[in-house]
Ligand binder design. Structure first.
Ligand code: SF4
Length: 439
């Protein structure tokens, strides 16, 4: 990529330097609104036979009956144009218990919180439309609505269990592994997950989305030739404006030893309206660009999210998923299999299944490690290997990701390795090979 191809966006950045643009109240008629458009990106230069066309249009139906009903009930005067504008969604996110209580019948566990929690309350109207109004045990609801369980701190928990703050050579840049860095662009997300590993920072204004800090991080990367892979995260990088995100991408692309850039985001699930044709057109200029998308439950795979993932995949961005294993949310083989299979249909390759980090107040979300192994055992062999994520524990203290696998090895004889297959049937593989000494 030539340097001259980029516009550094210095003026825009200076204007917006103090705060993520998503925190501003933005006029609802923003030009980037992805209103109820047809999607030329899907259809251009493509011949579609009628039957396939019908299936295709079913696949990209614009919204679910649930979201439609929610809009009719709670946002009857909001136009399609407003609802489908990501900045309208951000500006109208639900941030107070009073407002939340008008939409959901809050349970005693949820009502009692009613004050500051470590992680702020914030839910986009779109994501709220997927949440049950009456059932506090609904998985998506538990993942974003605060409960008093967050106040319970266990001795094993800490605010920074992964020791990120001790592995930051410059503020907001974590350099843990030899060839890659984690670059935290901001601490803002449109919707906050109650189990967030970065609960100590998200929504607190500690990670300033400003050019001065970003330049320090980019300087560090430029001066560290071993860094070939930069993961942009936060907070959610896709809540930045196109211009600000492009400024970061273009600066990173000028560094010859940065081979790949990755973006970690939950936007396609909580704010799919953000994936606009304009954003996608900009992103595809910075290949090789990868994305790790955060999913927790099959209910997140809505028409809106399918459309967002399709647009990203059509732009040539390899998509992987990251899922945190959460008690009473997705801790069953059936739920996880359904999620992984739906992700595959959206061209999102299941990447990591994370054991929930022991952050402060997360005890009600954590499962025994055996549960994760049971889920992997229930996936491997029962569905395509592409749909089986790597189950990892992120080692407390900053030791990095440690993969865990069910044990399929039963033992070893003089001639064979004794193995169990996915159906628990026993097989032998010659090991060492009989002729090893000959070769
Ligand atoms: S989207 Fe990611 S960074 Fe934001 S609250 Fe959820 S887990 Fe944390």
């Amino acid at each position: 990529m030539q340097e001259g191809q980029y516009s550094p966006m210095a003026t825009t950045l200076t204007l917006e330097d103090d705060e993520p643009p998503s925190r501003r109240l933005v006029p609802i008629n923003h030009p980037t609104a992805s209103t109820a458009v047809s999607y030329p990106i899907f259809l251009k230069n493509t011949t579609i036979i009628p039957a396939a066309k019908m299936l295709f249009s079913q696949r990209i139906s614009k919204t679910s009956p649930k979201t439609k009903a929610f809009r009719r009930r709670f946002y009857p005067l909001v136009t399609d144009k407003e609802w489908n504008d990501w900045q309208w969604q951000v500006s109208n996110r639900i941030r107070t218990y009073e407002k939340l209580n008008r939409i959901l019948a809050l349970s005693p566990n949820e009502t009692l919180v009613n004050s500051d929690t470590q992680i702020p309350l914030s839910i986009t109207p779109y994501y709220l439309s997927l949440i049950s109004a009456d059932d506090p045990d609904q998985p998506l609801r538990k993942s974003v609505v605060p409960s008093i369980n967050e106040w319970i701190k266990m001795p094993c928990e800490s605010d920074d269990p992964l020791g990120e703050d001790h592995q930051s050579p410059v503020p907001g840049l974590v350099h843990r592994y030899p060839d890659r860095v984690l670059f935290l662009l901001l601490d803002f997300c449109s919707t906050y997950c109650r189990y967030c590993t970065r609960s100590r920072v998200v929504g607190h204004g500690n990670i300033h989305a400003g050019r001065t800090r970003w330049e320090k991080a980019i300087d560090y990367i430029a001066k560290t030739p071993t860094v070939r892979d930069v993961l942009l995260s936060g907070g959610d990088p896709l809540t930045l404006s196109d211009d600000r995100l492009e400024w970061v991408l273009s600066r990173l692309r000028r560094i010859p030893h940065v081979e790949i850039i990755r973006i970690g985001t939950k936007v396609p699930t909580v704010l799919p309206q953000r994936i606009t044709p304009k954003l996608v057109k900009m992103l595809r200029r910075y290949h090789p660009l990868w994305m790790s998308l955060h999913f927790v439950h099959p209910d997140e795979c809505t028409p809106e999210t399918i459309k967002a993932c399709t647009m990203l995949a059509d732009a040539g961005i390899p998509l992987g998923s990251q899922t945190v294993l959460l008690k009473n949310i997705n801790d069953s083989v059936d739920t996880m299999k359904s999620l992984m299979q739906r992700l595959m249909k959206m061209r999102v390759r299941p990447y990591y299944l994370y054991q929930c980090d022991p952050i402060t107040g997360s005890g009600h979300f954590r499962t025994p490690i055996e549960k994760g192994l049971e889920i992997i055992r229930g996936l491997r062999g029962f569905t395509t290997g592409y749909a089986v994520p790597t189950y990892v524990v992120d080692a407390p203290g900053g030791g990095g990701k440690i993969p865990l696998m069910p044990d399929y090895v039963q033992g070893h004889t003089a001639e064979d390795m004794v193995l169990n297959n996915y159906e628990n049937k026993c097989y032998k593989y010659p090991d060492p090979l009989p002729g090893d000494s000959v070769f």
